[in-house]
Design a protein around this ligand. Structure first.
Ligand code: MG
Length: 394
């Protein structure tokens, strides 16, 4: 199980702004939203994402991420970076095997960079993104006179993520609470005498520090968007899903992962979330991966009372593995009673979170059948879903 700690408690004094630089807009969204989405859309963090925010910004950041349909646990930071990372680690799922620590101000991190650090941490206990240097580095004395020229081949510029075995990084931070403050997490692990392994970073994975960096970041995002559009002129696939569940007494009514208060709920082997079931079938259909009955048989006791959100996360991972990314989805819930209007927005955001999408790519609607048919008579609820997915690989 992998968890991530994204540190966003800095002040951004070099950005020449009074506010935290991770809250600054970048191509229409705050920097932190880009960063959290980069992690969320990998689907690799089943142990959750913890964002460490400056104490006064915790609520604002929570609201920002929620609006963007991103699920992350926001906790307050400490006096300095090291203390903030420590707080983040403390808030991670105790069952996590690996923890990836990342700067909130590095929104351009790619899936490949993240994956390489995770793989190295799995194999060696550590994986730290790094790049070779383009410039020659000089050692100088206090007067600015050169005292040495280290061999450039033996030097690396270190980025984040810095990913570690969870036990190792917890130990390193416990020990690091005494003595000198470290500028990165790898340094704390080095102090324990543990070898730190570097993995290939990316020159585009810059840390936004000055206003010029923001300009550069904008260019990188525009370039990636253009590449994405050029790559996939014919790679779109559509899928449809349909499901029905019977209404019964003594059951919770769960639709799109949201509990709707009602005297009856849907009957089924799992939580009977008819909307997420239809959605999963639409996604599997688009990728030609069969249907949910094949992947989660209702004869398997493992799925007794299962949270359909968890099953949806599994389906999303299956699609990712096959190189598909979801473009947009549309759901129609057919339900005479109860009225769903007040719950639609929460359902939509919840689905967006599972799919690692903006809420703008998810639509949920409800309709009655004018009291006709089984839905109209209140015997059950049905749902149709369509999904458009794009192929990441040509
Ligand atoms: Mg079903």
């Amino acid at each position: 199980m992998n968890a991530a700690v994204i540190v966003a408690a800095g002040r951004g004094t070099r950005m020449g702004m009074a506010c935290n630089k991770v809250l600054c807009p970048l191509c229409g969204e705050p920097v932190i939203v880009h960063t959290v989405r980069a992690f969320s859309r990998t689907g690799l963090f089943d142990g959750g994402i913890v964002v460490v925010a400056g104490e006064p910004e915790v609520e604002e950041m929570r609201a920002m991420l929620l609006r963007a349909g991103l699920r992350a646990h926001v906790v307050p930071g400490g006096e300095d970076r090291q203390q903030s990372v420590y707080n983040g680690i403390q808030a991670c799922d105790p069952r996590a095997d690996r923890i990836a620590i990342h700067d909130g101000a590095r929104p351009l991190v790619t899936r490949d960079v993240i994956e390489r650090t995770l793989e190295s941490a799995r194999q060696y206990g550590s994986g730290v993104a790094a790049v070779t240097l383009k410039d020659t580095v000089k050692q100088v004395n206090a007067a600015g006179v050169v005292t040495g020229t280290p061999r450039r081949e033996a030097l690396r510029a270190v980025q984040t993520p810095q990913t570690f075995d969870a036990g190792l990084i917890r130990r390193a931070h416990e020990c690091g609470r005494e003595g000198e403050r470290a500028t990165d997490d790898a340094a704390l692990v080095e102090r324990l005498g543990h070898a730190v392994h570097l993995t290939e970073g990316d020159v585009e994975n810059i840390k936004l520090t000055t206003p010029e960096d923001m300009l550069l970041a904008r260019q990188v995002i525009l370039k990636r968007k253009e590449q994405e559009e050029n790559e996939e002129p014919t790679g779109m696939r559509i899928g449809h899903g349909y499901d029905v569940h019977r209404l019964a007494e003594g059951r919770k009514l769960i639709l799109c992962g949201v509990e709707v208060p009602y005297a009856q709920g849907l009957l089924g082997h799992s939580d009977a979330d008819v909307a997420l079931h239809a959605l999963m079938d639409a996604l599997l259909g688009a990728a030609a991966l069969g249907d949910i009955g094949m992947h989660f048989p209702d004869t398997d006791p493992a799925y007794q009372g299962a949270d359909s959100g968890k099953l949806l996360d599994h389906v999303v991972r299956l699609l990712e593995e096959k190189g598909y990314a979801v473009n947009n989805v549309d759901l129609t819930i057919i339900c005479q009673r109860p009225k769903l209007r007040d719950y639609i927005e929460r359902m939509r955001r919840n689905v967006a979170g599972h799919l690692h999408l903006d809420a703008g790519c998810v639509n949920v609607k409800a309709t009655t059948t004018e009291k006709l048919g089984f839905e109209g008579e209140g015997l059950g609820i049905s749902c149709h879903a369509v999904a458009l997915v794009k192929s990441r690989r040509p």
